[in-house]
Write a protein that binds this ligand. Structure first.
Ligand code: TEU
Length: 527
């Protein structure tokens, strides 16, 4: 008797520090049930469009049970799904579909704080001041008469003091909104519970994690004030690395090399430390978000990142946009935004693409009465309303709410939103979507496996020519057209959508394959 062996299981998609990750802001991606808020089934239904674009993985922003005070970054249960977004079965279906399409799935972990609705904080509220459950948070007596003033002068990222007083007089710390009490990471329960969370999702099939506020977990033991010239009392403290070394052991115990990326701010030589192979392994390089449109500034940013990561044994995680920043198309202009995408996609490292940036979506001026972002509301508009980068996506030009929902979108879409619709852009070879789709396909052969070294060749003022492997990326940050006068170079991708073999217009980036001689000789002058 003969028996047919079962099909081998489909290979798990590879997600690593060279991947292109697509950030899905779940609330704003696609709504399947008409309540106006995007959900997991909506994501699943549209994963084929994500796969067509040609990214390697999706990162899902928090979909866990949450009162939504910070749109999911206030987590009440790290190991569940909020009914607003679906349930665990919907999550499993999403992972299965993603893997079937060759896409990895990353989830967000939010270790710095929980929601006031988390059972641990409820216990604090319910139990008396001497209850040991308080040790999981930072609770302190106040200062001044009757302890009416906060324990210190730390400020919340969203504006106002980082402390809120409980009815019994104690103050609790929250680096973000008052609905997000910070956990005390010196407490063993805190470490143990988060490690359970990592195992829970890794065993459920996710391919990696984006670690929220990765630099904030450890606080100065005496809650020292912020003083210039001294290490910051709560950002990027050295003790935090011990947490990530322990996470790496836990993750590798589930499956060696599970991907993890730190959302962390600071100079490259500090943020790269989170990316060491025995820690998270990868870290976002946010600098390009703040780098001016200048060839020398961009070159310097790239060089500093590459050097810091080389030292740490890793590669940079390039980012041009997220749900926390003004849309890149508005920040630098739509053409330049596409050029920057192409330029960074050519650099060693990963690239995180924020959903909607492939459509060239602009920042929306959301009317004040529609604001939902706690950062804008708490600072009374002094800080950016992140709502403007979170407006639900346009899928089609001729359906209500541009195909996002059959109901009313949770943030209003502005007039003219249908002009950016994905279905139209997929038909237009010069649209931002088509330019990126073409580049992402080419990147797999041209750059993904290519060397981690970049050489700056063929210098011209305001123009960067980055040689990596057997191709170059030419970014024209000057105000003049740049003539490609080199023999044997072939333009294979352009941010303009048109493959002009002679000229790179101002504000554009092209990729060229170059003859082997150029690679060997470094094409003349090396800067
Ligand atoms: O953002 C983190 C964040 O706001 C900080 O990294 C901040 O920019 C930095 O510390 C300034 O020094 C994440 C989420 O992406 C965001 O949406 C949440 O509101 C926030 O965490 C709180 O969870």
């Amino acid at each position: 008797m003969t028996s047919t062996p079962p099909d081998p299981p489909a290979a798990r998609p590879r997600v690593d520090s060279r991947s292109v990750v697509y950030e899905v802001y779940v609330r704003s991606f696609a709504d399947s049930d008409g309540d106006g808020v995007g959900d997991l089934a909506g994501v699943t239904a549209h994963l084929d469009a994500v796969a067509r674009l040609g990214v390697d993985a999706v990162w899902l922003t928090p979909f866990y049970p949450s009162p939504q005070a910070d749109h999911g970054y206030d987590v009440a249960d790290h190991r569940g799904v909020d009914p607003l977004f679906g349930d665990l079965a919907a999550f499993d279906a999403l992972v299965e579909r993603a893997h079937g399409l060759g896409l990895g799935v990353l989830v967000d972990v939010v270790p710095n704080h929980v929601s006031v609705a988390h059972p641990w904080f409820r216990q604090v509220l319910a139990a008396g001041p001497d209850d040991p459950s308080r040790g999981r948070f930072h609770l302190r007596p106040g200062t001044g008469p009757d302890g009416r003033r906060p324990p210190n002068r730390w400020r919340s990222v969203f504006g106002g003091p980082a402390w809120t007083r409980l009815p019994d007089g104690a103050w609790y710390l929250h680096l973000f909104a008052p609905e997000q009490p910070d956990l005390d990471w010196t407490h063993p329960d805190v470490r143990a519970d988060l490690e359970r969370t990592l195992v829970f999702w890794a065993e459920r099939g996710v391919d990696g994690f984006r670690v929220d506020v990765a630099g904030g977990l450890m606080k100065h033991p005496l809650l020292a004030e912020v003083r210039r010239g001294e290490p910051h009392p709560h950002w990027d403290r050295t003790e935090v690395h011990d947490v990530y070394r322990s996470w790496r052991r836990v993750l590798d115990g589930v499956r060696p090399g599970v991907f993890a990326v730190a959302e962390v701010w600071g100079p490259p030589e500090r943020t790269a430390l989170y990316a060491r192979p025995d820690e998270l392994g990868h870290a976002f390089a946010f600098e390009v978000l703040q780098t001016p449109w200048s060839a020398s500034a961009l070159q310097r940013t790239v060089e500093l990142q590459l050097a810091a990561h080389r030292e740490a044994g890793s590669l940079p995680g390039w980012v041009l946009g997220s749900h926390d920043f003004e849309r890149v198309a508005s920040r630098v202009g739509r053409e330049r935004a596409l050029a920057l995408h192409l330029f960074l996609l050519a650099m060693p490292g990963s690239f995180t693409l924020y959903a909607g940036d492939e459509l060239g979506l602009p920042q929306v001026d959301v009317p004040r009465e529609a604001w939902q972002d706690p950062q804008a509301l708490r600072s009374d508009g002094e800080q950016l309303s992140r709502d403007g980068a979170r407006v639900p996506l346009p899928w089609t030009p001729d359906e209500p709410a541009c195909g996002f929902t059959t109901g009313t979108p949770w943030l209003p879409q502005p007039p003219g939103w249908e002009a950016y619709a994905r279905s139209t852009q997929e038909q237009d070879p010069t649209s931002p979507w088509s330019v990126l789709r073409h580049a992402l396909a080419l990147r797999r052969t041209l750059w993904r496996e290519s060397s981690a070294t970049v050489r700056w060749i063929d210098p011209h003022p305001g123009v960067l020519v980055a040689l990596r492997g057997e191709a170059v990326a030419v970014l024209n940050a000057s105000n003049r057209p740049h003539r490609l006068a080199l023999t044997g170079w072939e333009v294979v991708a352009s941010s303009t959508g048109v493959l002009d073999q002679d000229v790179v217009p101002p504000g554009a980036c092209v990729w060229c394959t170059v003859p082997p001689g150029v690679v060997a000789a470094g094409a003349g002058t090396v800067r």
